[in-house]
Design a protein around this ligand. Sequence first.
Ligand SMILES: Cc1ncc(COP(=O)(O)O)c(C=O)c1O
Length: 392
Amino acid sequence: MLERARQLIQPSGRSNVPPFMVMDVMAAAARLETQGRRIIHMEVGQPAAGAPVSAIAAARAALSKSALGYTETLGMPALRRRIARAYAEWKGLDIDPERVVVTTGSSAGFMLAFLAAFEAGNRVATALPGYPPYRHILSALGCEPAGIATTAATRWAITGETLLNAHRARPLNGVVIASPANPTGTMMTASVLEDVIRSAEDAGITVVSDEIYHGLDYAFRADCAARFSPRAIIVNSFSKYFCMTGWRVGWMIVPPSLVRAVERLQQNLAISVPTLAQIAAAAAFDDRAELEDVRHGYEENRRILLEGLPQAGLDSFLPADGAFYLYTDVSRFSTDSFAFAKRMLEEAGVAATPGVDFDPQRGQNFLRLCYAGSREDMRRAVERIGAWLKKL
Ligand SMILES: Cc1ncc(COP(=O)(O)O)c(C=O)c1O
């Protein structure tokens, strides 16, 4: 009977997305920790700090005061207004709160954006290296991800020119851009961002801009796609700058023509975003000083790594413009980044993510290091990596 059930229930073809190798590194790190090893975690891209005090206080108060029922599908009006206000305060942009959609993290934002903007079979460009779920969500939804290999010459970003070249080779319907980007930490200058948006829109390609690392920009200020186009779909989140990964709350700014489509989709797919998380998120804006302290901590960590890693033996990385990632070339030591990460974990006690997660071919030569941990851990990581590489 069991055998028969096994035969009948087969996973769908669309569910066949690649796993995230970083999860394997995390599991291996956890195994070593149960054996008493002290591991420095630089594999997972999440802030070590928790949600701002104001967010936690608001959530506590809401727990005793409110029944926490569903909210409006597009999000609590007060939160949508607060998000719109932040664009005016931080970026000098006038965003209509009616265009703000609250989502369950930016991850749900991508699903809604892709469903609302693209048909099954549409081709959507993403940068390689790039955040793997862009490609995997697209393929699970029946769209075709089209990787564009980026290089140092364009600060590892898709440009108007590389986008149009890919479009001429095989027509594209959309493009996902990100600045600062994961895994590289690199950013697009305002002129590159403007150029890629204009080129895309002139060619009828819809732009989805992942701005989840805004606020964590060190080399120069990240600009917002909304400055250049009211048609770009902007995806953002409380996970990174606001240190609220586990609260699962994010937002989108969508063109007026897509608001109702996104609303209908979210009504059916989720009803609404968790109410407690929305209440906490609205209050998170009140703790700017606490969040800026965390950001300064990342800047200090970045300085420690940029100074220390070359002396330790890792001296080739992409410009660490923003987010909390360093993408480093390890081809001098190995052209199998998964095996290299595994060895570094076992022998040096430092967990990092192999580049193959982000770029199946060239990622064999790269590791991603996340510097969202403590300053002490960053110093220890430099020491451990240096001592280990000397022995290789
Ligand atoms: C570039 C990028 N976009 C989106 C996400 C998804 O984040 P969340 O769903 O927590 O908002 C992440 C998470 O690491 C990310 O690195």
